[in-house]
Design a protein around this ligand. Structure first.
Ligand code: TGC
Ligand code: FAD
Length: 390
């Protein structure tokens, strides 16, 4: 019998990983086991975030793993980044969200589109977790269609005036800085760094979520916020800017979803072998074995997809459409496994002693943010046919 409780590597994908990748995986797994799993149910039930989470993630090297060491990052490859996301999301999607927003949506644009001064000023503090960043693209009236954004960044007397609102923003209520996307007077998309404390900038929290309850979500509101010229990202003036950040985050999510799926799968295998009904373990019934066999098959396919995408990313060859396919497939896979594995636990599946309901509810956000399940399908359709159906 394959030992599926200690590992979930049916096709020996470990043989494709570097020793460094495996060491990183072990260190993040140890962190999740000791620091996240014991407290995550309480945090989610009480709608609280994990105290000092960002400092802890910074100390682990989980913030900006692929940002060069000279700017405070860990200088790792994209497979390492994916593995970090996988292990964090095995703990909870909120933990992976915190790390992926900081890495892909805040550090990446400063590193890619920022000035040397901006990189030196912000990246080391973001890498250590001393600063918490957020990313404002979605607006109350524009989610899937960010090209229609209404937020405006207009030049005035050597500085810029920002007006508008962003909604559904991870870490908005606790962020020190926000990367905000807005249109200028030429209708070009510009990115700027908004700092907490700037007059006219507020970040109300979004309450009563049933999903990602261990993560803070909120709005970014700008009422005539004066942005100094040195806070504008100089190297970006189109939607390619924010979308290239999404490429990195979506890639990480494709790995993260595997972590959540493995956590559900391993819990279900253990429970099915221990729980007896009609005098036998429920694992002995064909209907339960079918579920477990399908979980492992789908996890294995997802692992190969993300691993191959990571290799392409390391080679600079991963296309946005490939990333969309992996994000869509893997998040849907994880959500299905969370739902079906909860059933294997019967009534026990609905309580916080087991992770399935929490993963399931989290994954309802994950299948929506960073491009919805439907939008990613349409991106694939566009890639096949050359016809945009948006
Ligand atoms: P379209 O006309 O196709 O493109 C406009 C320009 O952008 C370029 N582009 C990309 N560049 C790099 N990477 C990509 N993935 C790109 N996709 C498009 C494109 O080449 C073009 O460039 P140019 O130079 O020709 O102007 O754009 P569209 O307006 O038709 O929209 C297409 C669509 C629907 C695919 C896009 O808008 C989309 O992806 N919508 C989904 C929105 C989304 O994903 N929002 C995410 C918000 S952030 C978030 O959710 C964070 S949650 C984080 C957490 O907590 O973990
Ligand atoms: P809509 O765009 O209104 O879509 C509603 C439905 O219509 C969806 O099913 C969609 O697939 C469908 N639809 C839309 N257009 C089409 C079409 N052309 N054809 C077919 N169907 C279509 N955003 C940020 O900028 N930063 C963040 O940090 C961030 N964090 C988030 C955290 C959480 C917990 C959540 C839930 C969201 C977050 N988001 C963030 C926002 C997220 O990216 C958006 O919710 C997402 O892009 C979808 O936008 P929407 O909710 O406005 O849905």
């Amino acid at each position: 019998m394959t030992d599926m409780n200690s590992t979930c590597d049916y096709f020996n994908i470990d043989a494709l990983l570097s020793d460094e990748n495996k060491l990183i995986r072990q260190s993040i797994r140890d962190f999740v086991t000791t620091e996240i799993k014991p407290v995550i149910d309480h945090a989610a039930q009480h709608h609280e975030d994990i105290p000092n989470l960002m400092l802890k993630l910074g100390a682990l090297g989980a913030l900006g793993p692929y940002i060069p060491v000279e700017y405070g990052g860990a200088g790792l490859d994209h497979i390492a980044y994916g593995i970090i996301m996988q292990e964090l999301e095995a703990g909870d999607s909120a933990i992976r969200s915190a790390a992926s927003v900081q890495s892909s949506l805040v550090m990446y644009p400063i590193f890619t589109f920022g000035s040397e001064e901006q990189k030196k000023q912000y990246l080391p503090k973001l890498a250590s977790g001393e600063y918490i960043g957020s990313f404002g693209l979605t607006e109350p009236n524009h989610g899937s269609d960010p090209a229609a954004m209404e937020t405006r960044l207009l030049k005035k007397d050597g500085q810029y005036i920002l007006n508008g609102a962003k909604m559904w923003i991870t870490n908005a209520p606790i962020c020190d800085i926000a990367i905000v996307w807005a249109r200028d007077e030429q209708d070009k998309i510009r990115g700027c760094i908004v700092e907490r404390g700037m007059d006219g900038f507020s970040t109300p929290e979004t309450l009563n979520k049933w999903s990602l309850r261990a993560s803070k979500t909120g709005e970014l509101i700008f009422q005539n916020v004066a942005i100094p010229a040195e806070n504008i990202l100089p190297e970006v003036n189109s939607l390619r800017g924010p979308f290239s950040c999404l490429n990195s985050a979506r890639y990480g999510i494709s790995w993260g979803a595997i972590g959540a799926a493995i956590d559900c799968y391993q819990t279900a295998v253990k429970y099915a072998l221990e729980r007896e009904q009609f005098g036998k373990p429920i694992a002995s019934y064909q209907l339960q074995q079918k579920k477990l066999a399908e979980f492992l098959t789908e996890i294995t396919k997802a692992q190969l997809l993300s691993w191959r995408l990571g290799v392409l990313k390391n080679e600079g060859k991963a296309t946005p459409a490939q990333i969309s396919m992996a994000k869509r497939n893997n998040v849907h896979m994880a959500l299905e496994i969370a739902r079906e594995s909860r059933q294997i636990l019967g009534a026990m599946g609905i309580v916080g002693d087991f992770p399935m309901m929490r993963h399931m509810m989290n994954l309802e956000s994950v299948i929506t943010y960073e491009g919805t399940h439907d939008i990613h399908l349409l991106i694939t359709g566009n890639d096949i046919t050359g016809i945009s159906s948006f």
